[in-house]
Design a protein around this ligand. Structure first.
Ligand code: ATP
Length: 258
């Protein structure tokens, strides 16, 4: 049976008095690729910030391996946070450092490893994303798709249990986006990591998503959670059908619409 890794219980997220989403309830299982979906401004990035412990819930809780990041001491919180790997949409790499130096950074900061050991690990992580020959290149000397992969190599430097991606394929052409999807699947399988992704890309959602939550900006709560392919096949909510078919369908084929 699938084992729960992250649990979101009755979560309400707000900025001051402005509620972004309320009453969110879902589970992210170990080893799953979990997609956060929903229209612009519904609160996907805000949810990601709650999952990684940057934002504090207005109500409810987020449990990581059964623990709330807000109800433990500072040392335990730091230890838990080290088990996360995060890649942001923009500014993922430091432009003044080579790819190898970028990947080495978390290893230098958070481990007692010797320089030669760090160098071995850097080459290994870059090899995992197909960039070992580019270790000494600057970020400006490689393509956008390669930069995303290098950022991924840095995010996996500390062997994270959970990898978070905010719009990983933003700005990539369809082929590079597809290659990134393949890489994410490979990494999930080789690292055994749980992966949480915010994305609008339908092709990615169906290609790699095992489970998902759909946030609605109108009602300010989740409308559905489940395997995106199942939602497309059987969820009758028009908002979900519109989103998953780019507005082409209001209800699953075969269901009756008025
Ligand atoms: N730091 C902040 N302070 C106040 N309001 C914020 C802050 N960050 C986001 N918001 C507001 O919260 C709401 C949700 O924003 P968020 O960025 O989480 O949505 P999103 O679904 O990720 O959007 P998009 O798809 O456009 O990236 C928006 O109304 C946004 O203006």
């Amino acid at each position: 049976m699938s084992q729960s890794h992250i649990e979101v219980n009755n979560l309400t997220m707000a900025y001051g008095p402005m509620v972004v989403q309320r009453d969110l309830n879902f589970t992210i299982n170990r080893g799953d690729i979990f997609v956060i979906m929903g229209g612009s401004g519904c609160g996907k990035s805000t949810l990601m910030k709650h999952l990684i412990g940057l934002n504090r819930p207005a109500q409810g809780e987020v449990l990581f391996a059964g623990k709330s990041l807000w109800h433990i001491d500072e040392q335990e919180r730091r230890n838990l946070l080290r088990r996360f790997g995060i890649t942001y949409q923009a500014g993922a790499l430091l432009s003044s450092l080579t790819l190898g130096e970028n990947v080495a950074l978390p290893l230098q900061q958070f481990t007692p490893l010797k320089p030669s050991e760090i160098d071995d690990l850097v080459r290994y992580k870059l090899a995992l994303v197909g960039l070992e020959p580019y270790q000494h290149f600057m970020p400006s000397e490689i393509s956008g798709g390669m930069r995303k992969r290098a950022a991924l190599a840095r995010a996996i430097a500390l062997d994270p249990e959970v990898l978070f991606f905010d719009e990983p394929s933003a700005g990539l052409d369809p082929i590079s986006a597809r290659l990134l999807d393949d890489l994410i699947l490979e990494l999930r399988d080789s690292l055994g990591a749980t992966i949480v992704i915010v994305t609008h890309e339908l092709a990615s959602i169906f290609a790699i998503g095992d489970n998902s939550v759909f946030l609605d900006p109108e009602t300010k709560t989740q409308l559905a959670t489940g395997d995106p392919k199942q939602l497309l096949a059987s969820c009758e909510l028009p908002q979900i059908q519109r989103f998953l078919t780019r507005g082409e369908r209001q209800a699953p084929t075969g269901s009756i619409t008025s």
